[in-house]
Write a protein that binds this ligand. Sequence first.
Ligand SMILES: *[C@@H]1O[C@H](CO)[C@@H](O)[C@H](O)[C@H]1NC(C)=O
Ligand SMILES: *[C@@H]1O[C@H](CO)[C@@H](O)[C@H](O)[C@H]1NC(C)=O
Ligand SMILES: *[C@@H]1O[C@H](CO)[C@@H](O)[C@H](O)[C@H]1NC(C)=O
Ligand SMILES: *[C@@H]1O[C@H](CO)[C@@H](O)[C@H](O)[C@H]1NC(C)=O
Ligand SMILES: *[C@@H]1O[C@H](CO)[C@@H](O)[C@H](O)[C@H]1NC(C)=O
Ligand SMILES: *[C@@H]1O[C@H](CO)[C@@H](O)[C@H](O)[C@H]1NC(C)=O
Ligand SMILES: *[C@@H]1O[C@H](CO)[C@@H](O)[C@H](O)[C@H]1NC(C)=O
Length: 636
Amino acid sequence: MSLFLTLALLSTILGTTTSTNLPRSFSFPYGLSYHINCGSPTNTTDPFNTTWLSDRYFSGGATGIVSEPLNFHHAHEKTLRFFPISSGKKNCYAIPSLPPSRYLLRTFVVYDNYDGRSHPPSFDVAVASTVVFSWRSPWPPSLARDGAYADLFATILSSEALICFYSLATDPPVISSIELFAADLASYDAAAIADNGTVLVNYGRLSCGSDQWGPGFSNDSDLFGRSWQSDSVFRTGQSKIVAVSTRNSISGAEEKPNYFPEKLYQTAVMTATTAEERGGVLEYELRVDAKLDYLVWLHFAEIEGRVRRVGGRVFDVYINGDNLTRVDIYKQVGGFAAFTWHHTVKNLSSSVLSVKLVGVVGAPLICGIENYALVPSDPSTVPQQVVAMKALKDSLRVPERMGWNGDPCAPTNWDAWEGVTCRMSKDNTALVISQIDLGSQGLKGFISGQISLLTDLVSLNLSSNLLTGEIPSGLGQKSLIHLDLSNNQLTGSIPDSIGASSSLQLVLLNGNLLEGQVPEQLYSIGVHGGAIDLSGNKGLCGVPSLPACPMFWENGKLSTPGKIAIGVSCSFVFCAILLLAYIFIRRRRNDYDFALPHELTSLAAKRNRYQRQKSLMVLEMESQHAKGPPSHFTTQ
Ligand SMILES: *[C@@H]1O[C@H](CO)[C@@H](O)[C@H](O)[C@H]1NC(C)=O
Ligand SMILES: *[C@@H]1O[C@H](CO)[C@@H](O)[C@H](O)[C@H]1NC(C)=O
Ligand SMILES: *[C@@H]1O[C@H](CO)[C@@H](O)[C@H](O)[C@H]1NC(C)=O
Ligand SMILES: *[C@@H]1O[C@H](CO)[C@@H](O)[C@H](O)[C@H]1NC(C)=O
Ligand SMILES: *[C@@H]1O[C@H](CO)[C@@H](O)[C@H](O)[C@H]1NC(C)=O
Ligand SMILES: *[C@@H]1O[C@H](CO)[C@@H](O)[C@H](O)[C@H]1NC(C)=O
Ligand SMILES: *[C@@H]1O[C@H](CO)[C@@H](O)[C@H](O)[C@H]1NC(C)=O
């Protein structure tokens, strides 16, 4: 049976495990965990004495409830949050104040026709800047009805965990619960196999010869919050199988850095052959996405009383047909001791990963199998620029429908924030903001001074809004080529920083309430073939076509007007001529080709140009990440 179907079954087998163990108290530093009951107005406690926080840390969306609540065992499975397209394409949970660590993140997602439309949605989920789960409509019926848990290990070094949902084809993403458990930074051989950037997405975590167990599913503990599934549905092959178990303690379990639980090694399965024969074959098949690489961990313990010597049980481990190692558990660690072996599987040719244990002496035996997709992390936006964009979101009062949530640029296979264009930084390690195009959006706020942190901004267009306040003195970064703040209600004077940028070629500040002296460097832009429009303001002064400034200009500075080859134009026609000249020069230089001639005659075409450049950018970035997101639960 495929993984997603089996995951779907989890919700139906909850609570069937009975155990008399008391919950083990988690010890420092891994005791930290968050349990968020999405869509719930109240805190709840589950049968395992876990407190679930009422829904919080989210941006956008609305709450819902499954259509058949009685089919679900836990309160956190019955309520959900969904993100209709009116709250934007991208919505996130941002869990604050997290110590830097590796975390297990577990989600529960169910549809159960909560909206009465019989259409389970298509959407993506990203952690930090990496797409980790892809849900595609239609879901298998059992999955849509019963829901599924999914989990992963990710290192979160920022103080905030971002879990973002991206709507595809205007479908509203759904989420029922989110859990985070702190784990050891060095767990799962992080340094060697999965550096801090790689996300380990669970493609199977099996406890052999056992029912589902682990935090949230039984009273058994697992220090990292891992839940362990029964192996039975993943077993293939003809051999007869027996399950074995012990109550003896197991040495080497619960140890740093992986803290594999003792319970994992207290049950096992083996082939039903006697120790004297060659022991037969134990075989498992796990469904995978062939585009990714996988990290496979196998868990063994010699817990069957009969084998008490080296050479008593020997078997070979094959993965996808390759004989990778010969195992003699007793030789490695002795009896009642944990032995783990792991391997990275690359270059898969099919969507099945097979694990086969072939007996050499005695019956092969296994306690557990873990399989994680190694999902390389996508670059995220330079942190300073994220700060700037969040400040702008607040100051400009960007409407919710534009979906300015999470990282402005990442993941690169999603669209950037609406009206925002990004590119890779020069050193290819992070994303930066290159364009902001929010003309005619009815914005009523002001321009935050933090905009100066956008050091790669090439074009800023906030024209035809209702912006008030002053032009921040930090605006005018070296990279800036186009600045259009025309037709707002900006007040105050033009800061000296504008014009200090040597790249500026187009400055439209017309139709505002600006006053005071125009910085000398600003109108010298005209000399370099640029275009400026300062017309229709309240009281700008100090350039040839504007009134002289009453005081400053008597100090003699303007006595050399000959320096200024081209003054500032106040008429659109003159601006247009300048712009043509600029385009001509720029094109001949084969330089940064930003404007195209036909735009001068067709203003409407300008929007298309921005759109086209943006989609090219996206394509370019996508091709750099051609591997694509894992389609974890994609049907077929
Ligand atoms: C878990 O342990 C608590 C406290 O001992 C007990 O009340 C509860 O019934 C147990 N739950 C299950 C599913 O065993
Ligand atoms: C839920 O619990 C948290 C933490 O214990 C508390 O801060 C919050 O006020 C509670 N919320 C409700 C709705 O009771
Ligand atoms: C449940 O947890 C609370 C505090 O978290 C504790 O006081 C209580 O004893 C626990 N109950 C059980 C049955 O473990
Ligand atoms: C992962 O991050 C931790 C904490 O910042 C650091 O100590 C460790 O060296 C990093 N490991 C790798 C492989 O980058
Ligand atoms: C499988 O590989 C192991 C070591 O990698 C080797 O010792 C063993 O003989 C091999 N088994 C077979 C059947 O070739
Ligand atoms: C996987 O494929 C790549 C390119 O096709 C090759 O360079 C690499 O050696 C292969 N790795 C393994 C483990 O086969
Ligand atoms: C800025 O945006 C507005 C509205 O979308 C558009 O009309 C104008 O041409 C743009 N300005 C520039 C310089 O492209």
